[in-house]
Design a protein around this ligand. Structure first.
Ligand code: ADP
Length: 504
């Protein structure tokens, strides 16, 4: 296989996704080249790669096309994997790679251009009768235009930047009196964040589900789907827990949604891994929201249920090989959940909590996967996304997967920084989440429920006191022996008080 694939791949990214791609390269017998900013000099991706090149002092040098291409040429890399974020959806980067004869592991620049602009994407999808969220397919340039559209779709509406991403600049408007101000600020944010002030209108769906479909295409024109991912567990429009299969889909609806995603991808001649995001309403109508023309953060859950290594497949199709499977070979088996663990203080309004990890214990066991780039002694830099780890699990049923995840999270010990681990555990325990009948506002409701609870039983208070004593002990003692010892004094005391092991 080695001869038809690449010899050396440069990974134009950092952190957990860079580590993920390096692993795939090594498994395929391909050398991996890392790049890093000064802030990442001690990162795992730098250690694990076969070669590593500094991009200089600037934390955001991962965005420098020129520098990255220069390094790729110097290292004689024959391909570049962009990961997600940074330059992953930048058509200029694709073109720069092409110009230098370096293979970009991802779609062509034109598919990326079409899907990178949400308006162009909406126009393209509408033309091939893929249902889009009601709203405009052209930029809104005046209040009159907006008024005419709102007359058709009604309030509430979302104002969205055409070049948007990461939820930036999205404005929810409930009444006409507030429209003009929100319109101006959406344009302002769009201009400063994306260098493009085009905004458009979408009907704001009340209580929707965000369900996306993984697609994969090769250079021979084959496109398949790898089923859906349920991504409605979001905080401030950003996903925090993903699962597959989605509890919302019936067999018929799944087929319709997945076939629609394949049709959408075929329309733009899609090559590589991509994701079609849909929003679904309670009447089970679904609408195209956007396409991400790259590997998705939450790709591991798809890998769990399909048994397909998406990064390996990305590399193969970029090298010109046909997809190594057909649609009929793909099945969803069992249930998978991913939790995104952030360096944020969930007890204090999720403020970022960068710093040095003083002690780390990663849960192990069957069907548990940890995608991370951290180690004991590692300092989480302030400059980047505060995602520290993606923990994913697989089990035969949803309830077994939830249990496995809760248990694994409780064994994930990250000391020195605050993380969202316990918040995620509580969320997995929430009745609404467990019921599977939720929508994108689940987390907001859950947080309200948590605040409302002010009365605690004696047992709950004792449990909390014991738990905080143990936390304090772990934090201030030389942790490794103390926290892993099965027979420690603290565990004995806690057991006597009726705490189960996984709560320690
Ligand atoms: P971005 O690309 O900036 O992340 P998306 O278009 O993917 O923005 O939307 C992010 C999230 O915002 C969605 O997952 C959903 O929760 C919410 N959202 C987006 N569009 C709508 C809509 N029309 N109605 C209701 N919620 C929406």
């Amino acid at each position: 296989m080695g001869t038809s694939l690449f010899k050396k791949i440069l990974i134009a990214n950092r952190g957990e996704i860079a580590v993920r791609v390096i692993r795939a390269c090594h498994e395929l017998g391909i050398q991996a080249v890392a790049i890093y900013s000064q802030a990442d000099i001690s990162s795992n991706h730098v250690k694990f790669a076969d070669e590593a090149y500094s991009l200089g002092e600037k934390p955001m040098s991962y965005l420098s096309i020129k520098k990255i291409i220069r390094v790729a040429k110097k290292a004689e890399a024959d391909a570049i994997h962009p990961g997600y974020g940074f330059l992953a959806e930048n058509p200029d980067f694709v073109k720069a790679c092409e110009k230098e004869g370096i293979t970009f592991i991802g779609p062509g620049a034109s598919a990326m251009l079409t899907m990178g602009n949400k308006l162009l994407a909406r126009q393209t999808m509408k033309a091939v009768r893929v249902p889009i969220v009601p709203g405009t397919t052209k930029a809104i340039s005046s209040l009159e235009e907006a008024k005419a559209e709102i007359k058709k779709i009604g309030f509430p509406v979302l104002i969205k930047p055409a070049a948007g991403g990461g939820g930036k600049g999205m404005m929810l408007v409930h009444k006409w009196e507030d429209f003009s101000e929100s319109f101006e600020s959406a344009q302002r944010i769009a201009r400063s964040a994306f260098g493009d002030d085009e905004v458009y209108l979408e009907k704001y769906m009340e209580k929707p589900r965000h369900i996306e479909v993984q697609v994969m295409g090769d250079k021979k024109g084959n496109v398949v789907h790898l089923f859906e991912r349920e991504c409605s567990v979001q905080r401030r429009h950003q996903k925090i827990i993903e699962e597959t299969p989605s509890t919302f889909l019936t067999l018929g609806l799944r087929k319709k949604m997945c076939d629609t995603a394949v049709r959408a991808a075929k329309t733009i001649g899609y090559v590589g891994a991509g994701t079609i995001e849909f929003i679904a309403d309670k009447n089970k109508n679904f609408y195209f929201m956007e396409m991400n023309t790259r590997l998705q953060v939450e790709h591991p859950i798809t890998e769990w249920v399909t048994g397909i290594d998406l990064v390996r497949e990305q590399i193969r199709v970029a090298a010109g090989l046909p997809l190594s499977f057909k649609q009929k070979d793909l099945k969803q088996h069992g249930h998978s959940i991913e939790c995104r663990i952030y360096a944020e203080d969930s007890s204090n309004n999720f403020i970022p909590s960068p710093g040095t990890i003083t002690y780390l214990e990663i849960p192990e066991g069957p069907f548990i996967r940890n995608d991370a780039s951290i180690y004991s002694g590692y300092t989480v830099p302030v400059h980047y996304d505060p995602l520290v780890a993606k923990l994913s699990v697989w089990a035969l049923t949803r309830s077994a997967a939830i249990n496995k995840m809760k248990n694994a999270l409780s064994r994930y010990k990250i000391l020195g920084i605050r993380t969202t681990e316990s918040f995620l555990r509580d969320l997995l325990d929430d009745e609404e989440f467990k019921s599977g009948q939720y929508d994108t506002h689940l987390v907001a409701r859950f947080l309200e429920r948590k605040v409302v609870k002010t009365k605690y039983t004696k047992a709950e208070i004792y449990a909390a006191l014991i738990a905080s004593t143990i936390k304090a002990y772990e934090r201030f003692s030389i942790a490794p022996e103390a926290t892993s010892s099965k027979t420690s004094y603290w565990r004995t005391v806690a057991r006597r008080e009726g705490l189960r092991d996984h709560e320690l």
